[in-house]
Design a protein around this ligand. Sequence first.
Ligand code: PLP
Length: 363
Amino acid sequence: MQAYPVATINLAALKHNLSRVKQLAPNSRVMSVIKANAYGHGAIEVASALADSDAFAVARLSEGVQLRAAGITLPIVILEGVNSAPDLHTSAKHSLSLVFHNESQIDLLDAAQLTMPLHFCWLMVETGMHRLGLALNEVDSALQRLSASSNISDKIGVMSHFANADVIDDERNTQQLNQLKQLMIQDELPTSMANSAAILSYPESHGDWLRPGLMLYGIAPFDNQSAQDLGLKPVMHLQSVITAIQELKAGDQVGYGGDWTAESDATIAIVSIGYGDGYSRQLSNSGFVLIQGNTAAVVGRVSMDMIAVDISSFSHVSIGGKVTLWGDDLAVERVAKQANTIPYELVCQVSDRVLREYKDGEA
Ligand SMILES: *Cc1c(COP(=O)(O)O)cnc(C)c1O
């Protein structure tokens, strides 16, 4: 059976990137963030490969349950927490750790009688992002309630999240960290603040528990530094194949809407990848791919299953030839820029139709 498009996931690179996290912050522990199917890389395979983590974090309960069902035994933190009694019981049953970010979640906990207490839970504190979290003046009473609860067996940690960590030296990062530090002075509680960008650029924010996501996948969070600059190795290599080659006459149009017109005679290759695979439609007339190590421009609109690329200047290209959409030699960060988005979105969007192939060779 034809197996393209395929996303090859380099587990050795993934492990290398985890060791890079530890090298940058040797005194902190690592909660590897594997939400959204490990940023499109496959949550179960990634969790198994990252067994040297101290814990995992996912966004939602269903993601944690899926990992437990696959036999993952490390602590798993549900970053959004839960909002109903049944979900609270499910969390306890699967030994999943919760983040509490508002009073009503703590009300639920107080009202429940869990057969197994929760462990390794966190309070999310609002320090400037205004997404999830309790205001600073609500933290003390929330912490008291959580530590008094018989449904929690150990110390609560205090967590917050940067809104601008990808902008190095943005003073809002310092302001956010200072808010969290005020709490650290009062209580001897575990803290967690740093995502990838903060791990890489803001050592003062490391605290007790790091929460790297993007960098584990070998992707740079900053505009002006590549993964290689940061000592990271790309994990996903997305490839497909040429399924047709068309000879065009000057004036011929390509694809839906005839959005691209050949100015002179041209040759285009049709590649088996489209927005149905997660290849962004924003790359219509603006993306580029790699064929035999050279870039070829995407011409016309990205359709659901196919794209067209200009191979007029290529020789020796044939049907069945391999095409790199991103990965080794074509950074997903660059492709994201062409698509007017962030690399997070591109890797998360790689759909189920794309085969994931795992290799653990030389990184
Ligand atoms: C997704 C997420 C992270 C990981 O962020 P990266 O930028 O991918 O490193 C960390 N913390 C929270 C709360 C998140 O939602």
